[in-house]
Design a protein around this ligand. Sequence first.
Ligand code: AGP
Length: 612
Amino acid sequence: MCGIVAYIGPQEAHPILIKGLKRLEYRGYDSAGIAILNDTLKVFKTKGKVADLEEFIREKDVHGTIGMAHTRWATHGEPNNVNAHPHFSQSEELALIHNGIIENYAVIREELRQNGYSFQSDTDTEVLIQLIEYIKKKSNASLIEAVQSALTQVVGAYAIVILSKTDKDTIIAARKGSPLVVGIGENEFLLASDATPIVEYTKDVVYLDDEEIAIIKRGESLKVKTIRDVEKFPVVSKLEINLSQLEKEGYDHFMLKEIFEQPKTIRDSYRGRINCNNQVISMAGIIDHVDRFMNADRIIITAAGTSWHAGLVGEYLFEEIARIPVEVEYSSEFRYRNPVIYPNDVIIAISQSGETADTLAAIELGKQKGAFIYGICNVVGSSIARATDAGSYTHAGPEIGVASTKAFTAQVTVLVLMALALGQRKGTIDDASIQRILSELQEIPEKVERTLTLSPVIRDISRMFTYSRNFLYLGRGFNFPVALEGALKLKEISYIHAEGYPAAEMKHGPIALIDREMPVVVIATNSGTYEKIISNIQEVKARKGKIIAIVTEGDVTVKELADFCLEIPSTEEMLVPLLATIPLQILAYYIAVFRDCNVDQPRNLAKSVTVE
Ligand code: AGP
């Protein structure tokens, strides 16, 4: 979604801002803009990519050491030059960039119109800066007071940065619901919607909390106060990411790099959490709150997209290993349907970005009902990580490709450990089984390496299906969420329609779609339902569908039936998702590449969905 970057310090601002916007491109956007404060306040903005903005300002006077820039992902008003941020106030004294949505913008706009204000754009953002100016003038207030007053009137989510023509050494920023990070460098400050534009300059950051305002003045230390004027002490955290994690490092796309990072990221997800004789799983979040888990009658997992698919794997894991009933909920549905939540429920929120608006809202709902909230997040210091009672980071490192890959396998790894830790304490799994599964888990990185060697073969298969119009993905048990995830990957980045189904459900409808044009990806690894899935494959074959099968090394039966067979190493059934997902990620990747799609920034999609 939208990206924010701002700078004040001794350096020329615009190269830092443009570079920052490039780092934020992965979030997804459709227009970009920049404001520079020198002898006056200048705004340049354009529809299209950051490269278009760069071209647009090439001959312009953008010198100055204070400025802000924005990438916009359209919500209110189409993507065009006018709707792009920054937005000026009526007098052009103030300019604002904004992430989030001002829900009551229409009412405020009407009131402002009646007071003589007119609007250039269709955005909710312009309404906010006009409101700030209106309050400032009408009440003869300082800019801070006007911002505070305006923010108590708006409903919705915001991360904002404001520049004022009359105060050439100050940046004002605030957040509610949308993330905002302040980087503290040597005599300089950077602001951004995530840490990626900041890490190159400093590792010291302050994460603003909801309803906090940062007042950043040249040569002074950072001041933070709330919209209700309560002074806050800014808590400085250290960034754990480094620059190389934000580069492609020789890969054509971030997605490919992230697929190939999985041996390492899976290892990083379990590293330090298993003791040397595979007997104890140490996860501080569980140890510190073991009673909440032990007394839970059920677990509710809430998430969106790929993280929801990881949640489905979690359901199978918790029920199988720890014998705790689990419900897996789409955050967007859960938050609005008045769900039954008991105080002794445990809610696990899963999110790569830690910023997904629906998942944050689901957490708030769970909190109101007294449930214990556990987070599984990738981004350290993210809103969800901070909103939960306890949690575990996945340690997959920054995921830049919009299509989630390494985050999924890291989430599943953490869920495996959690299920084992709980099963161990509840006595629902014996020590020998725990040791066997944990030692097998530690074999997974090497098995992922072997699975990745299928890449050239998958590339060849992808070429044959580049122009298919539909795909069906089938799996059973632990491989059903894998089928859903494979289908999601393909549709996100190649724009081919794809459905994931539990294999046996196919005959209740989707079988009608099968003909010689329909590729069907079947995950048919060794499992309790292997024989059953062979019957499902026969059903597809009888209707001349093209079968691409993922099987366990050494498989004989499926090989005879399938058009293409991809063999993955044998492992514990519950760990198969960690391997079976890999060929599906690669298949989606190459099909998208052959279709000339923008793999890392697919159309219409955003990396972190901070609006509902
Ligand atoms: C995954 O490939 C998608 N881009 C998307 O479904 C994503 O998983 C979803 O938006 C949830 O994001 P989160 O994990 O950051 O909460």
